[in-house]
Structures are given as C-alpha cells and as structure tokens.
Write a protein that binds this ligand. Structure first.
Ligand SMILES: Nc1ncnc2c1ncn2[C@@H]1O[C@H](COP(=O)(O)OP(=O)(O)OP(=O)(O)O)[C@@H](O)[C@H]1O
Length: 472
C-alpha cells in the first residue's frame, strides 16, 4: 500500500551534513511524517521557499555560506507564517534567546532525542494548520462564497446557518485535526461527513463505523484488526478499519456511546497516529482523517464524567453543530420538492404537485426525526397518492398522531417561535388564551381559514363563528 504524504505541504530540513539529514528523515518517517524536502546548501533555502508552500522548517544554525541565523531573519521577514525549529550544537543561552526573539518556534540541541524531534515537529504542524485555517476562515467569511458547491450537492438547503456551516466545512476539510459533527438524529451528520471527506481531497476511502452498542473488544478488533492467533478462534489475520481507511477518512458515528476503555484507545490513536493490531508487536501508522459524530450533548456528557475530557478537547477543535429542521423551516419547500421528485422516480410515478398549505402544516410540526422524518413522510405520501395533487390528509393524520401521547399534545411537539405562544409572565384567562390561539393560528397560516381550522382541530365553520364573535 502506498503511503500518502503527510503533511500536505512538505517540511524543509536544512543541514549541511547529509548523515544528519538522513537521520531526521528516518526518525520523522517512522512517525508517518514523510513529506520532506532535504536541503544541504543554505543558499538554496530562499529559492525553495519562493517556489514551494513549506509547512515547517528545521534549520541548522551553523552552516557554510549563509548561516542559519542569517536565514532565520530573512524567513521571519518574508515568510512569517512558517514555523522554524532551530537545531544546533550551540548550547549558548544568549543565542537561543536571540533566535526566540526572531520568532523561532522551537529550539533543539543536538543530539536530539527521537521523541523530542517528533513531538516538536508535530506541534509545529498543528500550529501551522490552525494558522492556515484561521486565514481560510477569514477569507471565506469575507468572500461569502463556496469554492466547491458540488461537494454539498446531496445536502439540500437554502438556510443561512447551514450555508455558513458549508463555508466552515470547506475551510477545515484539509486540516489534520479531527472534526466533530453534532446534531439531532436525522439532521444530516453523515451527509456532512461525506462532503468533508470529498473536500479533504484524500485518496483513500471513507470508512464508517457505528460505535453504538460495540463493546471494547469488538471496537479494538474492528478498528485495529488482529494478527493470526491473536486470540482463540483468530485463525486468520484481519485488517482493521483504520488500515482500510488508509490515506482516507474514518467516520466514527455515535461517538457519545463509546465505552470508557474504547475512549482511551481512540485518544491514543489521535495522539500517536499509530496503533497496534491485536497480538502485534510492532505498531502500524494510522494515516487517516478522523471525523466523529453524535446526537448526544458531549459537552454535558464530559462534565458528568461519561466522556473523557482529554478526548473531548482533542476532538472538538473543529466543531460543526447542525441545526434541527424546526430551526430551519425555510428549507421545507426545497426538501418537499426534492423528496417528492425522488420518491416519484423511485416508485415510477408521475411527479405530483403539492398544495402550498402543506408547508404551513409542516411548519407547525416539531420533526423529532428531522430530515430523515420528512423524507419518510413524503415517501409514504407519494407511494399512497393517486391524483395529480397530493392530498393533505395523510400528512395531517401523521402529524396528529406524532404530536401527542394518547391524544394529548406534548410540550416539545410545538415548534417554538421567537414570540412564543404562552410566553407571558402571568397566565392568561381561558378566554384570553382561546382568543390568542385563534389569532395565532390565523397568523401562522397567512389568514388561511381552512388551514387555521385544521391546525386547531376544529371545523372551518366553527373557526368562522369564533372570528366573527371576537371582531364584534
Ligand atoms: N439537507 C438534506 N438534504 C437531503 N437529504 C438529507 C438532508 N439531510 C438529511 N438528509 C437525508 O436524511 C437521512 C438522514 O441523514 P443522515 O444519516 O446524514 O443523518 P444523521 O444526522 O447522520 O442521523 P443519525 O444521527 O440518526 O445517524 C438520509 O437519508 C439523508 O440522505
């Protein structure tokens, strides 16, 4: 399997001694950091920087021709975004202080311990990634445009918050940091994960694992695989999903349900970027982008001890919270059109039209199952309909049934509007409340008496009589 390059832009290693350069290459390569440009002649450094986008520079201080110190000030003037790690045999404190003043990211003394080199470079890559994202975010917010709208074509929306999330997704898609997607069930978290995977331009596959109901053994085996003979019955080696997603993306759904032991394993994978298949003596490199999703409140869960704090902070740096459908009702017409057409095609029927009142009716429902729910209601209605125009009846029956328990409306079955009904300090009288209910239903239906009566569950005649009375 061919390893993809990490990081996306190369790290420039500058030292006049070829053996030292080879040593850095091997050490960094063992940690999966394999996108490297080696430079022995300090005079080549500036031309390389002018021609390539360099992620991080490892710079020897004492070199013939141009010294590392001279280069350092040129780099900080002309390429201030590139973190520079100075590596030197010179342990004079004043030199270290001078370098730090010129903006050096880190200062390491030769001989460098392997883990110190790896962790310093990883930290520099992380910081560089965050700087780039910040810049991209600013550019995006200023331009207000999507660069790759096609990658979001499966997510039908015209809602401003959703379009804002698309922009955010574009700016963080190539980041090496994990991405967390939250939102109620059925809001489109998996669709968003797919879009981010496409935007990340990684060559490998997108592999999805649902963490709900998986115990720790199954989690380890699914993720990391095992070697032949790792446990009784393991008569064949099995590749884990991390390996199957090599060079691509691992999407861990329902992350809030992970057992405490599995949380530790995931944290280690994220920190070390390597893992041990069950029964293996040698680690494997994990070249995967990680996206996690949950419909649970992870922030509350970590406060109550149900989710590790360190893991939470590791995964929450890029966070997309997808709003529920009831908070983006402006998407209803688009979604209705989309699913009616899709369902008609699948059922091999003519695409029916739908009455405008349908949107009013749906706007007053709370959609606990979000887009998945509207999709299934519409599929059901299209499957059952016979005339040219879809009837409202099926929708009404469904909404009535699902807005109440034993016929009594539940509190969350009301779509909350800003000017909320019942948002009074003191309780109104029954007469006042009835009057407000009638007026509110007229307001929400754009003065459509038939629809208002439907919402109130009474006949049109009764509504007409009442409105006449209150206008007297
Ligand atoms: N904006 C949208 N446009 C079109 N289809 C959508 C949209 N959002 C969701 N869907 C559809 O709704 C269904 C649920 O979407 P998805 O699986 O992405 O939701 P989810 O948030 O991951 O749900 P869960 O938390 O239950 O796993 C899918 O069939 C998906 O195609």
């Amino acid at each position: 399997m061919k390893a993809s390059l990490f990081p996306l832009n190369p790290i420039l290693l500058v030292d006049d001694e070829p053996d030292i350069l080879r040593g850095y290459k091997m050490t960094l390569g063992s940690a999966g950091i394999n996108n490297l440009v080696l430079c022995r002649d300090s005079r080549d450094v500036i031309p390389i920087l002018l021609e390539n986008k360099i992620e991080v520079i490892l710079l020897d201080l004492i070199m013939p021709n141009i010294s590392g110190y001279e280069l350092l000030s040129m780099i900080s003037d002309d390429f201030p975004d590139i973190p520079v790690i100075i590596i030197t045999g010179n342990n004079k404190v004043d030199m270290a202080v001078q370098c730090m003043k010129t903006g050096t990211f880190d200062y390491m003394l030769k001989p460098i311990e392997k883990n110190r080199l790896i962790s310093g470079v990883k930290r520099a890559i992380e910081i560089r990634g965050l700087q780039d994202e910040n810049r991209l975010l600013k550019e995006h917010i200023l331009s207000g445009e999507l660069k790759n709208p096609d990658e979001f074509s499966d997510i039908k929306t015209q809602n401003r918050s959703m379009l804002g999330l698309f922009q955010y997704a574009e700016s963080i898609a190539k980041s090496p940091q994990p991405v967390m997607i939250t939102g109620e069930t059925g809001v489109g978290k998996e669709l968003m994960a797919r879009a981010i995977h496409k935007l990340s331009c990684r060559n490998g596959a997108l592999i999805t694992i649902n963490a709900a109901g998986i115990d720790d053994n199954a989690f380890s085996d699914t993720l990391f695989g095992h070697v032949n003979g790792a446990f009784t019955g393991a008569d064949k080696a099995r590749k884990g999903m991390v390996e199957n997603a090599f060079g691509g993306t691992l999407f861990l759904d329902e992350i809030g349900d992970l057992s405490p032991d599995s949380q530790v394993k995931l944290l280690r994978l994220l920190q070390e970027r390597e893992y041990f298949p069950l029964g293996a003596d040698l680690p494997k490199i994990a070249d995967v982008k990680i996206i996690v999703a949950t419909n649970r409140d992870l922030s509350a869960l970590q406060e109550s001890g149900g989710f590790r704090k360190d893991l939470y902070y590791r995964i929450c740096s890029h966070h997309l919270d997808i709003p529920p459908l009831r908070e983006r009702l402006d998407d209803l017409p688009l979604l209705v059109d989309y699913f009616v057409e899709k369902a008609a095609l699948e059922f091999d029927k003519k695409i029916p039209s739908w009455p405008l009142e349908l949107i009013t009716l749906l706007s007053n429902y709370h959609f606990p199952g979000n887009v998945r729910e509207i999709k299934s209601i519409i599929y059901d209605a299209v499957a059952g309909h016979k005339s040219k125009i879809m009837s409202l009846e099926r929708f009404e029956v469904y909404i009535k049934k699902n807005s109440s328990v034993d016929g009594i409306a539940t509190e969350q079955s009301f779509v909350k509007h800003d000017t909320g009904l019942f948002g009074f300090k003191s309780i109104p009288t029954l007469d006042q409340a009835t009057r407000l209910l009638f007026l509110e239903s007229m307001k929400r239906t754009g003065n459509n008496k038939t629809m208002a009566a439907r919402l109130l569950g009474i006949s049109r005649q009764r509504l007409g009589r009442y409105l006449k009375n209150i206008s007297k």
